[in-house]
Design a protein around this ligand. Sequence first.
Ligand code: NAD
Length: 277
Amino acid sequence: MSERTTVTVVGAAGRMGQMLIETILADERVVLAGATERPGHPWIGRDLGTCMGGSTHGIEVTDDPLEVFARSHAIVDFTTPASTVMHAELAAQARAVHVIGTTGLSASDHERIAAAAFHTPVIRAGNMSLGVNLLVQITRQVAAALDEDFDIEIVETHHRHKIDAPSGTALMLGEAAADGRGRRLEDVEVRTRDGITGPRRRGGVGFSVVRGGDVVGEHDVIFAADGERVVLRHLASDRRIFARGALKAALWGQGQPSGAYDMTHVLGLAEPDGASD
Ligand code: NAD
């Protein structure tokens, strides 16, 4: 590639934002074009390098995304649902590839992002790691192979700061499990249990959520039958895996037609039927 890909990180001060900036600065294929934060954030107007505790590197953190989007090939976005929807519209205007890692998006957020994807490539995944995306495929296959004598439970653990539940990854795994059995997750999911719940419903997909400490992310998919259990597990111990996946997506998106994509496309795991949402 003769010209390096220019990338803007929105939510630069966040846990993922800082990890993304470090990953971009260490990768010769890309150049950091800009860094944004929410209006009123203490980093606004300051040098990014100084904010991150190092030497200056000439990029001022801004709360004006459109100005930096206009000179970026890609936007990498691990922020909040409200800001991600706003960024989707601005990335579409700027025709920049939008890589979305933000979780907790509502149905109407998804609709607005899908509308933006008519104008530019949008790559969204509740988990950007290779391991989890493989686990999603395997979960679909195991769910298809094991009948409803096997109850499906998804257990996830995350750090104490996480604001949404179940995790985007747990929902990806739940969707794959339901899909493997030819069902829609919303028809079979059990999101909470409290009090006298009665016995477990056959064919349900249950979620359990653990929050605490600094856990980066752990997911178990349990297939439990009488006398045996199959447990599929992914343990993330370093946020770098998500940042590397996001960067891979930003590069993969260059030159792709407008549309909604996910990491299965980026990693070459998707069925050859084009973009999906
Ligand atoms: P965080 O709270 O540390 O960071 C979010 C940042 O976004 C904050 O600095 C916040 O100030 C900033 N922000 C909010 N509104 C903004 C706006 N309008 N413009 C610019 N910046 C804005 O959170 P985090 O742990 O970094 O996670 C962020 C999101 O990414 C969450 O939804 C999380 O679940 C998700 N996540 C996804 C993956 C994945 O692989 N897809 C991996 C890790 C985290």
